[in-house]
Design a protein around this ligand. Structure first.
Ligand SMILES: Cc1cc2nc3c(=O)[nH]c(=O)nc-3n(C[C@H](O)[C@H](O)[C@H](O)COP(=O)(O)OP(=O)(O)OC[C@H]3O[C@@H](n4cnc5c(N)ncnc54)[C@H](O)[C@@H]3O)c2cc1C
Length: 234
């Protein structure tokens, strides 16, 4: 609404649906209610222990005021490629649960982001839960490049390595949150971090704006991905 991209006739405040604010173990998954605020994700002992990448990425969102108000579900439903949390969820191969009059369905994160500020959510559906595989032994890294600590990422890279399998999500490198599939395949086949990171920007179409042009963003994606892979032990 602030961007003047939407002018709804009716606005419903879901902020007090406290039933949708929780973090709980559910088998081999961590289930996080859509209305769980960033601050509660960032400081959750469960999130830190079971999916540390998500806690780390969340701690980099805006400033404390933003993290006390914004929600994980809101950040994902917004579908912003510049947001930190979609990239983390992509790296972690998470999913979202959405619910509407037609029932409840689970959508893999790779199928959720469909375009710039667009998602698979139907107009009458609510994102109710975020599901992240539990990875207590994973090594991970969240690399965010910005000019001031609380700014949005110019580019970011979320990296997780668990049991020989690698996940990499990129921030602000295309019209939607994206997976660096070429990097993942290279790492999984034993390529060095430096060589794998060299393909981080391949096939992507990052934006050009006052902060950075396309070429610089591609350079950042390669550098941040290499740093992330190295920090995650690749
Ligand atoms: C000053 C500032 C700095 C920020 N910096 C960063 C940053 O550095 N990194 C970053 O990643 N983010 C950043 N953000 C975004 C912020 O983290 C919020 O997560 C994001 O704006 C979503 O906020 P919200 O949860 O209040 O959702 P809203 O803003 O209320 O909603 C966003 C959109 O999602 C829809 N929506 C919300 N919840 C649901 C739901 N459960 N189901 C279906 N649709 C839903 C709304 O209708 C709306 O279209 C920043 C925001 C501000 C204001």
């Amino acid at each position: 609404m602030k961007y003047r991209l939407a002018a709804p006739a009716l606005v419903v405040d879901i902020g007090r649906l406290s039933d949708l604010s929780y973090v709980r173990e559910d088998g081999d998954v961590l289930a996080i209610g859509a209305l769980t605020r960033h601050r509660d994700v960032e400081t959750s002992d469960l999130v830190r222990a079971q999916t540390g990448l998500l806690a780390a990425a969340t701690s980099k969102v805006g400033d404390p005021q933003v993290r006390h108000r914004g929600t994980l579900g809101g950040a994902l439903a917004h579908g912003d490629p510049a947001s930190d949390l979609p990239a983390a969820l992509i790296a972690l191969r998470g999913s979202v649960v959405v619910q509407g009059p037609a029932g409840r369905r689970e959508v893999a994160v790779d199928d959720f982001f469909t375009g710039f500020l667009e998602t698979d959510l139907a107009p009458d559906e609510l994102l109710v839960e975020v599901r992240v595989p539990r990875m207590p032994d994973a090594r991970w890294s969240f690399q965010k490049f910005n000019r001031r600590a609380q700014d949005w990422a110019i580019v970011g890279a979320a990296v997780v390595v668990d049991g020989g399998s690698c996940g990499v999500g990129l921030v602000n490198m295309d019209s939607r949150p994206v997976r660096a599939g070429g990097v993942e395949a290279a790492v999984d086949s034993g390529t060095s971090a430096a060589d794998a990171a060299a393909v981080a920007a391949d096939g992507l179409e990052p934006p050009s704006d006052l902060n950075a042009g396309v070429e610089y963003r591609c350079h950042l994606a390669r550098v941040l991905t290499r740093r992330g892979l190295e920090e995650a032990g690749c």
